[in-house]
Design a protein around this ligand. Structure first.
Ligand code: GLA
Length: 438
């Protein structure tokens, strides 16, 4: 096959790698191995922090974590990717600490402990922040038993989720650690969707508050709550999910993922800047989130309220809001087509999503635009950037027998443009985070 292809590891081989790494670096047996997938979003981009809809599937590519619980507060982390062992204690894990990659593992333990602590009856916690009082009465199985503490652990990480490709390698690590801690600490959350939603929320806190990336939560929900053979329709307004059948091979189709190798970075200012613009616009419109803006005439009325002739910032805000509102509507239309068994007709929605992300939201880049246009010119039914943008990956919906031809056209175009060679993978809707047998 032309171009470089990234095949997912066989699960037993991945679990074996992590367990072997654990044995060689810690000289002991792990309690077990757990793994979690990266994700690719079909449509619904930059909607998750706006109370909107998104539609990811889990990749067959997973991050494997061999873990052993400790009785003290020591944390020791090793990864195939980093030579040095990260060593610390649980009290070193707090917002503002600079932990590097360890934040994505150690931060989950911190967040689980935070969510297990009962909120004070006064409504204010130790930092003075007010918490929702409803937090003191969670439904059974939706929070770790109050007082549960995750102490220290040793963990070894091996992964075939490409790093920096916009395919959620960080959420895969967080989610694998979350299900591991759930198991070894008997948190009782991993067996139900409600419990997994709590684990996903802990992973989001780890990413937002410990790793310092202000991301929205789609990735962790996908990694923990999606189902094989299905796309996950996530409504971020209330956290509810619906599993929408998504079996491309039954329709003679395939989803080609193109990792452009243009590295993206979510902890930098661009992502935070888009999020802040949306939140400020929602506040100006008197809404909790941009989800409330709606579509059609409602959207036009909202955009008119935001308009200030001659003000470049207002013009930018209008384009950002238009992207979010129209993208949420595209998710609804996409799901309606899937529900009607008309998956081959979703291409134009993917194309429109890409144009909106490129022109209105301004998060695409030359490599993503080239991958998308070459895919389409070579017969893809639709193509778009996926994930946060500013680099990372694009997806193309293609006839199954066109996968290699389209990939090779993209590889050639990248060569001609002087871009780094892309890496390709084929995405089938795969399984969420779970325990493996090593
Ligand atoms: C990144 C973030 C997600 C989401 C997407 C854009 O993947 O982690 O929360 O905001 O970007 O849709």
């Amino acid at each position: 096959m032309t171009g470089e292809w990234l095949t997912a590891w066989d699960r037993s081989a991945g679990a074996h790698s992590a367990a072997e790494l654990f044995r060689s670096r810690f000289g002991a047996e792990p309690d077990g191995v757990w793994s979690a997938p990266g994700r690719v979003n079909l449509i619904g981009e930059h909607t998750d922090y706006n109370g909107g809809l998104c539609l990811p599937i889990d990749l067959p590519h997973r991050t494997y974590v061999a873990l052993r619980r400790r009785d003290d507060d020591v944390l020791r982390l090793v990864s195939e990717r980093e030579h040095a062992m990260w060593t610390g204690t649980t009290d070193q894990v707090h917002p503002g600490a600079h932990l590097g990659w360890a934040a994505y593992a150690a931060g989950v333990a911190w967040a689980v402990n935070e969510s297990a602590d009962p909120a004070p009856a006064t409504g204010a916690d130790a930092t003075g922040d007010v918490r929702a009082t409803s937090d003191t009465h969670p439904a059974p199985g939706t929070r770790p038993t109050p007082g549960t503490r995750v102490a220290g652990f040793d963990a070894a990480v091996a992964s075939c989720v490409p790093y920096g490709a916009g395919l959620s390698s960080s959420a895969a690590l967080e989610s694998a650690v979350a299900v591991a801690l759930d198991d070894v600490c008997d948190l009782g959350l991993g067996d139900s969707d409600a419990g997994r939603a709590v684990l996903a929320a802990a992973c989001v806190r780890a990413e937002n508050e410990i790793a310092g990336a202000p991301t929205g939560g789609m990735d962790q929900s996908s990694s923990l709550r999606a189902q094989p053979g299905h796309a996950l329709l996530l409504d971020t307004r209330d956290g509810t999910v619906r599993h929408v059948p998504f079996d491309l091979s039954a329709h003679g189709l395939a989803l080609l993922v193109i990792d452009t190798r243009a590295e993206h970075q979510l902890a930098d200012g661009q992502y935070a800047n888009r999020r802040a613009t949306c939140e400020a616009a929602a506040a100006r419109l008197g809404h909790a989130t941009l989800r409330e803006v709606g579509a059609g005439a409602e959207l036009e009325a909202a955009l008119a309220l935001l308009a200030e002739p001659g003000d470049a910032d207002a013009e930018t805000t209008i384009r950002r809001v238009r992207h979010v509102a129209t993208e949420i509507a595209r998710v609804e239309d996409f799901v309606a087509l899937l529900d009607a068994g008309r998956v081959a007709e979703v291409g134009p929605l993917m194309d429109a999503s890409h144009a909106s992300l490129r022109d209105d939201y301004e998060v695409s880049c030359a490599e993503l635009d080239l991958a998308v246009s070459v895919a389409r010119a070579n017969g893809a039914l639709g193509a778009r950037m996926t994930g946060g943008g500013f680099g990372g990956s694009a997806i193309a919906l293609v006839e199954a027998d066109g996968v290699e031809r389209i990939a090779s056209a993209i590889a050639d175009a990248f060569g001609a443009a002087g871009f780094t060679s892309p890496v390709f993978l084929v995405a089938d809707a795969s399984a969420p985070a779970d325990r493996d047998t090593a």
